[in-house]
Design a protein around this ligand. Structure first.
Ligand code: CUA
Length: 372
């Protein structure tokens, strides 16, 4: 059976896109495509046979003029009936065995797999590399020619991770782990989708998969692991905007337009002035009186990241998940600084400026120093 699959499967490490299938760039892609082509071919053959017989019988046994009853002809044919039962049964069993084999291959990750933890939440993907203490958002970097195992969990609703080029797809379910594995065969860039309708911005829940040779992969992991520690304070706002904001982008715009959450544009002004109104009708200013929980306004931004359900802004539903434990302290600093200096980091339309001028307000003293 396997040899049949092998024969049907395209040789080589990656396969070109066809009419039916996108480019294939994993070890299981040839098996999946071979099985698909095999079943497809059988469907073509039987479609042709059935339609040809249909047309032939319609002509051969049509009702002729003056003929009202059909007389004669066979009512049973044991040999024929056994044939058309036995042949499809054998074909279906072959399909089942080939399918089961590929399914088991897809389900059974090799023991030497490289582990990555995946967190899905409305509407972004977070990927953690325990081996390198690296966290990526909306980007997944994996080594080529080494099995990779994803251990996946959801913070909220059902999502599903799908990389068409790798021919792998698996639901990500709240309250339990699911996993999938693949071995990418070709360095390059591939698209990762959420393929389970998970709410308003499901179609924006995307990530890019970067497949790198092992040496380059290790170098990139080393760089990412040190990234936010080595960035000078003055670069933190830009770092947050280019490297962390993509986790916020599906809900928080930069141009002032309302989305699932309030726009980041003007957020700092609303926070510093206390004009934000919450669903219970109270305002942020009530909490900012001397001795109040947010007498240091930066603490409101921090609380919104780690405990977003504490205060829901009026007009919104409180869809935000907590980023507690997902962001390092220095990354929270960076995000607070980004929000404080956003007017200098983006233009009026919310486009990220290439060389922002943070001027004399360069935040040397850290995030929480100039309280208001
Ligand atoms: Cu997550 Cu669709």
């Amino acid at each position: 059976m396997t040899s049949l699959l092998m024969m049907l499967a395209a040789a080589g490490t990656s396969t070109e896109a066809t009419f039916w299938m996108p480019e294939g760039a994993s070890t299981v892609a040839p098996d999946v495509d071979g099985l698909f082509d095999f079943i497809n071919l059988i469907c073509y053959i039987f479609f042709a046979l059935v339609v040809a017989a249909l047309i032939w019988f319609a002509i051969r046994y049509r009702q002729r003029k003056g003929q009202h009853t059909f007389e004669g002809g066979p009512t049973h044919n044991m040999a024929l009936e056994i044939t058309w039962t036995a042949i499809p049964t054998v074909i279906v069993v072959v399909m089942f065995i080939l399918g089961l084999q590929t399914f088991l291959d897809l389900r059974t990750s090799p023991g030497n797999a490289y582990d990555i933890n995946v967190t899905a939440q409305k509407w972004s993907w977070t990927f953690q590399h325990p081996e390198f203490a690296v966290t990526e958002a909306a980007e997944l970097t994996v080594p080529a020619n080494r099995p990779v195992r994803l251990l996946m969990g959801s913070q909220d609703v059902l999502h599903s991770l799908f990389v068409p080029a790798f021919r792998v797809k698996q639901d990500v379910v709240p309250g339990r782990y699911t996993s999938l594995w693949f071995e990418a065969t070709q360095p390059g860039t591939y698209q990762l989708y959420c393929t389970e309708y998970c709410g308003k911005d499901h179609s924006l829940m995307l990530a890019t998969v970067h497949v790198l040779e092992w040496d380059e992969f290790q170098a990139k992991m080393g760089k990412l692991a040190r990234e936010y520690e080595e960035i000078p304070e003055s670069q933190l706002p830009s770092y947050a905007l280019t490297r962390l904001y993509n986790r916020c982008a599906s809900c928080h715009t930069l141009d002032g337009s309302s989305s699932t959450g309030p726009s980041f544009k003007g957020l700092w002004e609303r926070t510093a002035e206390g004009t934000t109104v919450f669903t219970d009708g109270s305002t942020l200013a009530d909490l900012q009186k001397p001795g109040g929980v947010y007498d240091i306004p930066e603490n409101y931004i921090r609380a919104s990241l780690v405990n977003p359900q504490a205060h829901i802004v009026q007009g919104y539903t409180g869809a935000m998940p907590s980023f507690q434990g997902q962001l390092k302290e220095r990354q929270i600093d960076a995000l607070v600084l980004m929000i404080k200096h956003l007017d200098k980091l983006v233009d009026d339309q919310g486009n990220i400026l290439e060389n922002p001028d943070l001027g004399s307000e360069t935040p040397q003293e850290g995030a929480a120093d100039d309280n208001g």
